[in-house]
Design a protein around this ligand. Structure first.
Ligand code: 5AD
Ligand code: SF4
Length: 460
């Protein structure tokens, strides 16, 4: 690969781990001359970073490839070459199939191989044939990726600390596409966190498909838990906020629950999927927890942190789900009270045990259940947000809003907050008095910084 300047366009689908991976792909490609470009029409290399979690997500790749074919053809008429790469979980799951089905893909690369992008592009340039790389290489991807670069003035960043999953929920492709659970060593995570904070990051979200199963090697040779890692990172000078996602209820140990009580930088928001409120379905899902376990766990978490905002993932229409099972899901949502939640119709994924179940639920039933569940979640979200009227909260101001003079930030509870203010405030945490409650965000006034910043007990 020559070092001439080239343009790169990346389109990211799916979860935050893909967002992180896309950023790292930019870092890998920068040294060989690629510059990020917002417009696919003007890109020498287009990467689709894909998601395989549900059928709809996977199908998006093929409709997107149809659109890219036109771009590739139009650019070819102007004498320009366009390389098309498919990365992420669809790449991992379907491999060479993508090349055959689309006819326009030059590179297929699984999530464990991004450090090899330059070599693979070189190989493609030499052979002029599509290259497919879906191995789980023995050598670590993280050791070989270049440093995570500072990105403009964004005061928030993702940091992947754990990948893969050993839980094998019977509906889920992740253990197959992302492989076995792996934790990055503490030293590596700390160095990346330090560098990000050094470049102005105030809030870090630690990522992993099963992040609270984290068990990385510490500098003392011991295995560190997520709780211990959080306590350690919280001491980084200049790091104001910590979050982590996604968690499994079974891995919420005593230490992590205590961390929510004790670590001030750890924000009072937790995404904790329960998937179903029916014990029968939870068993069929291989979740290894009951609805009762979940209720107990949330009670313990709220004991230490009464204002904890909870979020969750729920699946409706898992094979064999009866009306009574679905009612149990609604009952659990009612019992917990969520700040927000993501809900999905069960989607049969090839290769997973649940895909083979005979008692699949008709789509119309799934749709009706999803609608009822989403209406309940919306009501809970509205009531959660309504509780903040006239409350003053510390808001991390992240970027300019759509309206002139408007800034957008996040509350400790992850609510987007709009407020008018000077651009210079971006990257600071300011006290904002909430004076408007929207469907998906709050409005507020930035108070003068001389006025006291409320403590964490403001809402209790
Ligand atoms: N069908 C529907 N939803 C699924 N999820 C994972 N696999 C499936 C599937 N086959 C949901 C789960 C998970 C979230 C990321 O996606 O709720 O927590
Ligand atoms: Fe998938 Fe999460 Fe279950 Fe792992 S714990 S199999 S990532 S749903």
């Amino acid at each position: 690969m020559t070092k001439e300047r080239k343009t790169l366009h990346i389109k990211t689908f799916g979860c935050q781990m893909n967002v992180y991976d896309s950023e790292r792909m930019v870092d890998v490609l920068a040294p060989i001359g690629f510059e990020l470009n917002a417009d696919a029409h003007d890109a020498d290399l287009i990467v689709l970073n894909t998601c395989h979690i549900r059928e709809k997500a996977a199908e998006k790749v093929y409709s997107e490839l149809g659109r890219l074919r036109q771009i590739k053809d139009a650019r070819a008429r102007d004498g320009k070459e366009t390389l098309i790469a498919v990365a992420g979980c669809v790449a991992q799951a379907e491999g060479a199939e993508i090349v055959a089905r689309s006819g326009i893909v030059d590179l297929v690369i699984g999530p464990q191989s991004y450090q090899r992008l330059p070599q693979l592009l070189e190989e493609q340039a030499k052979t002029r044939k599509p290259v497919v790389e879906t191995e789980f290489p023995a050598e670590g991807k993280f050791e070989q990726l270049p440093k995570n670069r500072a990105r403009g003035r964004a005061p928030t960043a993702f940091l992947t600390i754990q990948e893969g999953c050993d839980k094998f929920c019977t509906f889920c492709v992740v253990p197959y596409t992302r492989g076995a659970e792996f934790s990055r060593p503490v030293g590596q995570v700390e160095a990346e966190a330090q560098a990000l904070v050094g470049s102005g990051v105030k809030e870090l979200t630690l990522l992993g498909q099963n992040v609270n199963a984290y068990h990385g090697e510490g500098p003392d040779g011991e295995v560190w838990s997520l709780a211990r890692l959080l306590g350690h990172l919280a001491r980084i000078d200049g790091l104001e906020r910590l979050r982590y996602t996604t968690s499994h209820p079974r891995d919420m140990d005593v230490g992590l629950i205590a961390a929510h009580r004790d670590i001030e930088e750890l924000m009072p928001y937790l995404h904790l999927p329960f998937q179903s409120g029916s014990d029968r379905i939870l068993k069929a899902m291989n979740r290894k927890h009951t609805a009762g376990d979940y209720v107990e766990l949330v009670a313990k978490i709220r004991e230490g942190r009464p204002d904890m905002a909870l979020s969750t993932d729920v699946i409706v229409g898992f094979p064999g789900e009866s009306d009574a099972d679905f009612e149990a899901t609604l009952a659990l949502v009612n019992e917990i009270g969520f700040a927000q939640a993501y809900s999905f119709k069960y989607s049969s994924r090839p290769g997973t045990p649940a895909a083979l179940a005979e008692d699949q639920v008709p789509d119309a039933v799934k749709s009706e259940r999803l609608q009822r569940l989403q209406a309940l979640i919306e009501r809970q979200k509205s009531s959660f947000n309504a509780g903040f009227m006239n409350v003053t909260m510390p808001i991390l101001l992240e970027r300019k809003g759509r309206k002139p003079g408007q800034l957008v930030g996040r509350s400790p509870y992850l609510q987007p907050v709009h407020a008018m203010g000077d651009e210079d405030l971006i990257g600071t945490i300011a006290p904002v008095e909430i004076n408007g409650i929207g469907a998906n965000s709050l409005d507020g006034d930035i108070l003068r910084l001389a006025q006291s910043l409320p403590g964490r007990d403001q809402r209790i």
